[in-house]
Ligand binder design. Structure first.
Ligand SMILES: [Zn+2]
Length: 308
């Protein structure tokens, strides 16, 4: 069994204004760093509208289509921009994660990583936010539940920012366990432990600024992993943001590159124990280009070594 690396050149056509941290070079650096790895390279399809509409209303999709500029940029939120290529990039990003779910559940590969942008975990039901247009992880979870008929899917979000969008999209979904760790305080400000979902199925894990491996291990081994074991997911989706890295300019956690390898390896062991190793991971944040490339490579390398 192998690891699928799913991406599309369209994801390089989502262009942000000069100086914006969520930039084309992020994905270029990642793809370069992943070149030597032994993975199955897969071209991301466009997501079907039905996949988007599982989590976003049709009015939101039509608003984004209207906002899509013929040239230059349209600004749809304080820090979220669309260029002429952004909508196709967003459909490829969502399509990549859905394709990952199809491949993993179909037994074609053991796990998958979607190297895509724009990211997704801040996009709420009808609000683009924080560089995100579609809730890629949440819509992939819904696809696994509604299209494939799974009963339980877990989403684990270790991006340094709170996955407020995924939380919003899965708030009332009892079949989805969401575990999200985030630096607190930090933008967007949500992610307190008392935000626990309509069915108590959301676990928010705040991490103090400056904290590193020891606090991360304590949080995951003490809270996250026991919840995963108790929930018994049939699939684990990872919102893989690499901005908890000590070199990241947007946050102040102190995770080292090898800490991303550790958390990935632990999630792979849990997936092996709980769901035949089935993991679909998707790129979220990470804004220091060298740290992002190294941590992403460490993450995908662990996926390729994962036990079945
Ligand atoms: Zn982030």
């Amino acid at each position: 069994m192998t690891t699928a690396l799913i991406t599309h050149a369209d994801c390089l056509n989502h262009v942000t204004p000069e100086g914006h941290p969520e930039r084309v070079a992020r994905l270029e650096h990642i793809l370069h760093a992943l070149e030597p790895l032994d993975v199955e390279r897969v071209t991301a399809p466009m997501a079907a509208e039905d996949d988007i509409l599982r989590v976003h209303p049709a009015s939101y999709l039509s608003d984004l289509r209207k906002a899509s500029p013929a040239e230059g940029w349209s600004q749809i939120d304080g820090d979220t921009f669309m260029s002429p290529g952004s909508l196709d990039a967003a459909f490829r990003a969502a399509g990549a994660v859905v394709r990952g779910v199809d491949m993993v559940l179909g037994g074609e590969v053991q796990n998958a990583f979607a190297a895509v942008r724009p990211p997704g975990h801040h996009a709420e039901t009808d609000t683009a936010m924080g560089f995100c247009l579609f809730g890629n992880a949440a819509l992939a979870a819904k696809h696994a539940l509604d299209h494939h008929g799974l009963s339980r899917v877990a989403v684990v979000d270790f991006d340094v920012h709170h996955g407020n969008g995924t939380q919003d999209l899965l708030w009332d979904e009892p079949r989805a366990l969401l575990i999200t760790s985030q630096q607190m305080p930090l933008w967007p400000g949500s992610g307190r432990p008392d935000e626990d979902g309509a069915h108590g199925q959301i676990l928010n894990v705040p991490l103090a600024p400056g904290s590193g491996r020891a606090e991360m291990e304590a949080a995951y081994e003490g809270q996250a992993f026991p919840r995963l074991r108790a929930f018994k997911p049939e699939l684990i989706i990872i919102s893989a943001g690499f901005d908890a890295h000590q070199d990241d300019p947007l946050a102040s956690l102190n995770w080292a590159t090898e800490d991303f390898a550790w958390i990935t390896a632990e999630l792979c062991k849990l997936a092996s124990e709980l769901c035949a190793g089935r993991i679909v991971s998707t790129l979220e944040g990470g804004y220091d280009l060298n740290a992002l490339a190294a941590a992403t490579r460490a993450h995908v390398e662990e996926l390729t070594k994962a036990p079945a």
